[in-house]
Ligand binder design. Structure first.
Ligand code: NAD
Length: 467
């Protein structure tokens, strides 16, 4: 009997209807702000590489206005001001920016070790905060920030985990919650780079800056290495998709290939175990950038979400490549009349039947591509045509907006409506705890329980005054 994996138009239509049930509700758009005086006035702290990227995206938004920029390094401060373009005030000391009454909110893209001090001072100064991932660096900062932020419920705190704002990832989450992948048991995440071709963590040094100023990511004193800088995004994806936080983590890392004075690991392998037995298997290396997802058409990073009835390959876009989300159904078992499904013979024949025969990929479909009962004849035919082109690989569904734009716009909207960000305090703190514990398991070469965080750094945490 031939198993039919090539989808017929009827199959596609059924899938389209299923996907239509997953219509994305989208972030609540509170009000379309046009008037300058109704925008959130913000200051930007840390206008280095990420800061400059975010400022370019902020420039296109109409619900936030940059009134100040700050960087300890003057050329970066000037560059930030130049990029945003509306003559913001310029500060070298972030405390002076925080003292400025015209600033309602701050965005923070300093190196990791400065996230907590700046966030804490900003909250104390009454500002709303968007802070890049990983939110905090040390265990005591988790406890202190939780207490401080919870004591200021009117001040928004958002962390820069932009996958939470991606329609692809939101659709994957909805597919999982609707049971379309069966029971999701495993996620594999990877972020591989070939730093022998190009090492983004070894930037050339201007005459007036040290390696620790510019390439701070290489040093444990300032950085959580690959775990904080790369894995943090994907650990958060696993927490979100599993709807849980891990129970423990085991792993191995080493500084085995890059001998340039760095004391962070240049390769890490981690397994996080979640409460129902689910596992996140995570790998980040710096010697090869092959990615086996998406028929190896992309390099470096992505996640593979595996359920008993299907699999999703997913990744975010870059400035030059679109986001991708592909869905594979598990190959169907052969139907055997009167077969006892529990018998070893049936199970052996089933596993043989599925060995080596994978399912064809379907793109994750968005609302604009899914057929509904209200579609006109022409619209329906257009959607079928687009789906057919997707299946043939001629077209790929694309997010209409970069999730970075959505996360920034949502930050300002959440401030105005006092609503909870999708990547809020707890998302950021759980993510940071996972980064710290994963590093600890590799540094100390032992299995680390997530419950350990409760007692870590408690003695060092300073009491926080209630507002
Ligand atoms: N969400 C993402 O996808 C993403 C991507 C890249 C970077 N990041 C995060 O953004 C942060 C910054 O990364 P980067 O690549 O821009 O680093 P960077 O070194 O290029 O920039 C950091 C800037 O902060 C400035 N700075 C340092 N201490 C300061 C202080 N006390 N006050 C004001 N400015 C100070 C530095 O002079 C520098 O200009 C990191 O936490 C990183 O993890 C997030």
């Amino acid at each position: 009997m031939s198993q039919k994996h090539d989808l017929t138009r009827r199959d596609a239509s059924k899938l389209a209807v299923a996907a239509a049930a997953l219509t994305i509700t989208g972030a609540p758009f509170i009000s379309k702000v046009k008037a300058a005086n109704n925008t959130v006035q913000y200051g930007f702290i840390g206008t280095g590489s990420r800061g400059q990227y975010l400022l370019q995206h902020l420039k296109g938004l109409d619900n936030g206005t940059c009134v100040a920029v700050c960087d300890v390094y003057e050329p970066n401060m000037r560059k930030g001001a130049e990029l945003i373009g509306n003559k913001p005030k310029q500060f070298k000391d972030y405390r002076e920016l925080l003292a400025d009454k015209s600033v309602d909110a701050v965005l923070i893209a300093t190196p990791l070790y400065m996230h907590f001090p700046v966030t804490k001072d900003a909250l104390d100064a009454g500002k709303h905060v968007f802070c890049e991932k990983s939110l905090v660096f040390k265990p005591e900062e988790i406890h202190a920030l939780r207490a401080l932020s919870n004591s200021k419920p009117k001040q928004t705190l958002q962390v820069g985990l932009q996958r939470r704002y991606s329609k692809f990832y939101q659709t994957a989450k909805q597919m999982i919650d609707k049971g379309m992948l069966g029971t999701v048991t495993h996620i594999r995440g990877q972020w591989h780079r070939n730093t022998f071709a190009k090492d983004p963590w070894n930037k050339p040094l201007p005459k007036d800056r040290t390696d620790k100023d510019v390439n701070w990511r290489k040093y444990r004193e300032y950085s959580g290495g690959l775990t904080a800088e790369l894995a943090s995004h994907q650990i958060d994806v696993a927490d979100w998709m599993f709807g849980a936080q891990p129970e423990y983590v085991v792993g191995v890392g080493g500084t085995d290939y890059i001998k340039d004075g760095r004391d962070i690991f240049d390769n890490i392998q981690l397994i996080f175990k979640y409460p129902k037995g689910q596992k996140l298997h995570y790998t980040s290396i710096t010697t090869n950038r092959h990615c086996p997802l998406f028929n190896a058409e992309r390099t470096e990073f992505g996640e593979c979400i595996m359920g008993t009835q299907g699999t999703i390959h997913i990744t975010v876009g870059t400035d030059s490549e679109p986001a991708l989300g592909m869905w594979y159904m598990e190959p169907a078992l052969p139907k055997v009349e009167g077969a006892d499904k529990k018998s070893p013979t049936f199970q052996a024949s089933s596993s043989l039947a599925s060995t080596g025969k994978g399912g064809k990929a379907l793109p994750i479909l968005f609302e604009k591509d899914t057929v509904t009962g209200n579609d006109s004849f022409v619209d329906r035919e257009m959607k079928f045509a687009r789906q057919w082109l997707y299946r043939k690989g001629v077209l790929v569904p694309e997010e209409d907006r970069n999730p970075v734009d959505i996360e920034l716009e949502s930050f300002f909207n959440d401030i105005k409506a006092n609503t909870k960000p999708k990547s809020d305090l707890e998302v950021g703190l759980h993510d940071s705890a996972a980064v710290m514990l994963a590093n600890r398991c590799m540094y100390e070469e032992r299995k680390v329980l997530f419950s350990e965080i409760d007692n870590m750094g408690k003695a060092e945490a300073k009491p926080v005054k209630k507002a």
